[in-house]
Design a protein around this ligand. Structure first.
Ligand code: GLC
Length: 536
């Protein structure tokens, strides 16, 4: 089936936190494989797994020491093969993370590169002499903590660039050998059956940087992320990122039916460039704008309308509400609006990505200071930047540790609050649970072309309400109206004249099958997915 990623739903698994099969308190590949039937039953189409590669775990796997291996914490290459095969047997695709911008400082490439100025791999990373004042070559700062992005290497007397931690040296995509090696990584995994990649910080990859100072950010204030003190004029979203995007796409296109997703944190207008001028870069440049938009009907509608307006006709939209770098969606908007948000996510035009546990409404975990793991939080404590709260164990059941690991194991992060009710076992039995709602919405999305392939049109509505219609490209009678109440009060909206429909799902109550026409009273924090039976 071609373009499965257009109609499908991506589910992100953070492998440390999904299911621990071997009892060391850290999730693993065998655990994910055990839980694939759950994902198939939920109705998603692809599982994207955050990095599983050998790594010293300075940034929990986003510091890769071997792109074609498996970390022993997660299992073996056989486990990876078994996971891929089991997923395919269940009709699920597998997407791996591809860390394009940097490796680990423990990668043999970097070890060799740092060994001497004459090393054949010296140029695989960015090495520079000290600046005029003997300090770092530019004023660039590290994304984590705001210290210099340059680390001095005593042995060879030069600095190397690290956009993230010093343990994550940046790769030089201007070097042909490095390029070949990195592109072969894609082939290695596709040969093993992997169906695509999520490219980490795709908008940062550099080929031929200009070594110039970044200007100060006039909007920065004390208490903000120190890294934001500078604007990133010379360090991100450069034309280079597109050069690399096209190279990756060329390789992905050597294989049938694979998908290339890019992590691109940019406003809508600049995001579009990552589809590629000739639709030759990312199939799906991740759209994080719902994460960054205020959670009001007006702001969300403005975003969706603008995004819809900008997505090129050769491109395909996508939406994300949460991931391993953000506070949990249910904590950002509250549990009631989390349900409305998922009705939105699963009824918009474009590929939705669901972060593990968000289908249950899992909130942020509470991490006592002595249990903090995330290097970002450790470097800038107390600013609310830490990502551990969104990485707590998946909540499977009412068992000890929510069923994430055996009772006698200690999970690497504490189980989040409310796990006695916010878990798969309990929510599977309740028809009105968030899990049952998510499952129903996914099923409706699959069954109805209007919802997975149809057009999008929004309506002018009273404040607090966002309403839009989806209509099948092939069948004019296959159409839906979605009305979402972003407030905790009842809102009324007069439906378009003559419109008559059946409610297929309610965000607040789950399944409903009453009919609507005329004046619609939308209950507090409710959303309705209405099948249009008649409309003039
Ligand atoms: C991406 C990842 C994040 C990681 C960073 C550096 O933003 O999502 O988790 O820390 O890149 O690789």
């Amino acid at each position: 089936m071609s373009n499965w990623w257009k109609h499908g739903i991506v589910y992100q698994v953070y492998p440390r936190s999904f299911q621990d099969a071997d009892g060391d308190g850290v999730g693993d590949l065998a655990g994910i494989t055990d839980r694939l039937p759950y994902l198939a039953d939920l109705g998603v189409d692809a599982v994207w797994i955050s990095p599983i590669y050998p790594s010293p775990m300075a940034d929990f796997g986003y510091d890769v020491a071997d792109y074609t291996g498996v970390h022993e914490l997660f299992g073996t290459m056989d486990d990876a093969d078994h996971l891929i095969e089991s997923a395919h047997d269940l009709g699920l695709k597998v997407i791996l993370d591809y860390v394009v911008n940097h490796s680990s400082h423990q990668h043999p490439w970097f070890k060799e590169s740092r060994s001497s100025r004459d090393s054949p791999k010296r140029d695989w990373y960015f090495w520079k002499d000290p600046g005029a004042d003997g300090g770092p070559p530019t004023n660039w700062v590290s994304r984590f903590g705001g210290g210099s992005a340059w680390e001095f290497d005593e042995q060879t007397g030069q600095y190397y660039l690290h956009t993230y931690l010093a343990e994550q040296p940046d790769l030089n995509w201007g070097n042909a050998d490095l390029r070949r090696a990195m592109l072969d990584v894609l082939r290695f995994w596709m040969d093993r059956g992997v169906d695509g990649f999520r490219v980490d910080v795709a908008y940062r990859a550099m080929v031929a940087p200009q070594w110039r100072d970044n200007p100060p950010n006039p909007d920065w204030k004390e208490g903000m992320d120190p890294y934001r003190k500078l604007q990133e004029t010379y360090t991100k979203n450069l034309p280079d990122a597109h050069v690399v995007g096209r190279m990756l796409r060329d390789v992905v296109d050597e294989y049938d039916d694979r998908v290339l997703i890019g992590e691109v944190t940019l406003p809508v207008d600049r995001l579009m460039a990552f589809y590629g001028k000739n639709a030759d870069e990312y199939h799906l440049p991740f759209n994080f704008n719902l994460i960054h938009s205020d959670w009001t009907a007006e702001s969300v509608r403005a975003h969706v309308d603008a995004y819809e307006h900008h997505v090129p006709t050769t491109g395909w939209p996508n939406y994300v509400l949460g991931n391993h770098d953000q506070h949990r969606f249910a904590s950002r908007v509250g549990p009631a609006q989390a349900r409305v948000g998922h009705m939105l996510l699963l009824t918009l035009r474009g590929t939705p990505t669901i972060y593990y546990g968000d289908e249950l409404g899992m909130p942020d975990g509470r991490i006592p200071p002595e249990m903090v793991q995330d290097p970002w939080e450790l470097k800038t404590p107390g600013l609310g930047l830490g990502r551990d709260p969104a990485r707590t164990p998946m909540q499977w059941s009412t068992a000890t540790h929510a069923g994430f690991c055996p009772p006698d194991a200690e999970p690497w992060l504490p189980v989040g609050p409310g796990a006695d009710v916010i878990n798969v076992e309990v929510q599977q039995q309740e028809t009105s649970s968030m899990l049952s709602l998510t499952k129903r919405l996914i099923a409706l999305r699959r069954e109805n072309p209007a919802l997975h392939a149809g057009s999008y049109r929004s309506f002018d509505t009273p404040e607090g309400v966002f309403a839009y219609a989806r209509q099948s490209p092939e069948d004019a009678t296959d159409r839906f109206l979605i009305t979402l109440n972003f407030t905790a009060e009842t809102q009324t909206w007069t439906l378009p004249d003559g419109l008559y429909g059946t409610v297929e799902a309610s965000a607040r109550y789950g399944r409903r099958d009453d009919t609507v026409q005329g004046i619609l009273a939308l209950r507090p924090n409710d959303g309705l997915l209405i099948r249009i039976e008649h409309s003039p």
